[in-house]
Design a protein around this ligand. Structure first.
Ligand SMILES: Cc1ncc(COP(=O)(O)O)c(C=O)c1O
Length: 445
């Protein structure tokens, strides 16, 4: 059942200050009870039709809606999940497993580990021995176990910032101290300040470095040369590399994801652990399934000792189905997302020239510089009165003036202020409607 009432969940075309939207054609919404048929049309997966996520305890849409009970919130472009229906192979495998109506402990995850190894060999040219793969309920538990293993409380963890807000929760959780090496923007790309990074790694109080590849939120897909240089510096300074590769499958044409474990220097690789998951790739973060690995048996054993993470049957079933049968869906998704990125780039240049745009090499995230708008609305002074960061004030201002909910740049460490993170993992209709609303607000600021 589809309807043409617009994004009915948010009274899509209503709302004060949304004049730009008033001319937008209503958006067709496929209800989630669409007779269970996957969105597959003429041999292609359908990423265009809006799939209704409202009312399913969804962090991206229901989360902000709760925060704004007055109905000001309209577009959830913050939390990093996508709005697309998952690859049908995942839902089919789950439905099949549900036919067997018992839910006791699982006996083995061997078959999942083999599927992970095959997927990595095929897509990333990475030879992974299934016996070194550790299944986990998320990237967090593996990374937290690693920080507990290598970084004493009170010591520093090197990071390249701006980077994923969750790393700061991980350091807080392990009583370690995040030590940002701030990147700088050059010719539209965030670059590593090598002198600064080297200085931080040489500090004897630094025992781990988190590498995020591709980098959330700046979209860097690190080159082999860059990763090797990081790896060599870490090895030289006895710093263990924790490589978070959760966005590894979102790489745009012209770039290649290099798994840290595939680097040509064996000693560098043996000084690292890598963390990955199908949660971003196949849009199934709620399934709570991830994995980590290392080629060094000693590192592996030490972290295993601190890693207590049980996994659920459904998470394993979903992940295995995705790795075995989801590649065609993923290829089509990547093409769609690349077009979304191009659309946003052109739109911002044309309609929001005061907003800075960084062209992402990977991820489905955009990093937008709103500092001019923030100056125009006096965000700094207003934020001080509310005792929040200017970016948190900006987040609220944008909801009140455009209905669009973005993630505040101040969550992403040094170099984050002035920026907001915009998630393009949606039907282009939703992306465009959100941009129209943002452009209206920026113009009127
Ligand atoms: C870089 C990065 N690492 C880890 C996570 C969270 O991983 P998980 O939900 O598997 O713990 C995210 C989620 O946005 C992420 O962007």
């Amino acid at each position: 059942m589809s309807n043409d009432s617009g994004l009915n969940r948010r009274n899509f075309l209503k709302g004060a200050g949304m004049t730009a939207l008033a001319t937008t054609a209503p958006i067709t919404v496929i209800a989630d009870d669409d007779e269970g048929k996957p969105l597959f049309r003429s041999g292609n997966y359908d990423f265009e039709t809006v799939y209704n996520r409202e009312g399913h305890n969804c962090a991206r849409w229901d989360g902000p809606a709760k925060k704004y009970p007055g109905g000001e919130f309209k577009y959830g472009m913050g939390v990093a999940t996508m709005d697309f229906e998952c690859a049908p192979c995942i839902t089919e495998a789950l439905a099949e497993r549900c036919k067997h109506r018992t839910w006791g402990y699982m006996s083995s995850t061997d078959s999942l580990k083999e599927a992970i190894a095959e997927f990595n060999a095929e897509r990333h040219n990475l030879e992974l021995d299934p016996s070194v793969i550790q299944i986990s309920s998320g990237v967090y538990p593996g990374m937290i176990a690693s920080l507990r293993t290598f970084s004493r409380p009170g010591t520093k963890v090197a990071l390249l910032s701006p980077n994923y807000s969750g790393f700061y929760y991980m350091t807080k959780h392990t009583y370690t101290i995040a030590d940002d090496s701030q990147m700088y923007l050059q010719d539209g790309r965030y670059e590593i300040d090598w002198d600064d990074l080297e200085m931080r790694l040489a500090n004897p109080e630094t025992q781990s470095m988190i590498v995020c590849n591709p980098q959330n939120p700046t979209g860097n897909v690190w080159t082999e040369e860059e990763l090797l240089k990081i790896g060599e510096l870490c090895l030289k300074n006895n710093v263990v590399v924790l490589s978070d590769e959760i966005h590894s499958d979102f790489v745009r044409p012209g770039h290649e994801f290099i798994p840290f474990a595939r680097l040509p220097d064996k000693a560098v690789v043996a000084n690292s652990l890598s963390f990955n998951s199908g949660s971003k790739t196949f849009n199934m973060a709620g399934m709570k399934n991830a994995y980590w690995h290392s080629t060094d048996p000693k590192l592996l054993e030490r972290v295993k000792h601190n890693h207590f993470s049980t996994v659920s049957t459904l998470g394993c079933v979903a992940s295995e189905a995705a790795y075995r049968d989801g590649s065609e869906w993923l290829d089509q998704l990547l093409a769609y997302l690349d077009d979304n990125h191009k659309f946003v780039e052109n739109y911002v240049a044309k309609n929001m020239p005061s907003v800075g745009y960084t062209r992402p090499e990977g991820t489905y995230l955009n990093w937008l510089d709103f500092s001019k708008t923030m100056d125009a609305i006096n965000a700094e002074d207003m934020a001080a009165k509310k005792e929040v960061t200017p970016e948190v004030y900006m987040q609220d201002w944008l909801v009140m003036n455009s209905g669009v909910y973005l993630n505040p740049g101040s969550n992403y460490g040094m170099g984050g202020p002035g920026n907001m993170r915009f998630n393009v993992g949606s039907s282009r209709k939703v992306v465009k409607a959100a941009l129209d609303a943002l452009a209206g607000a920026v113009r009127n600021a």
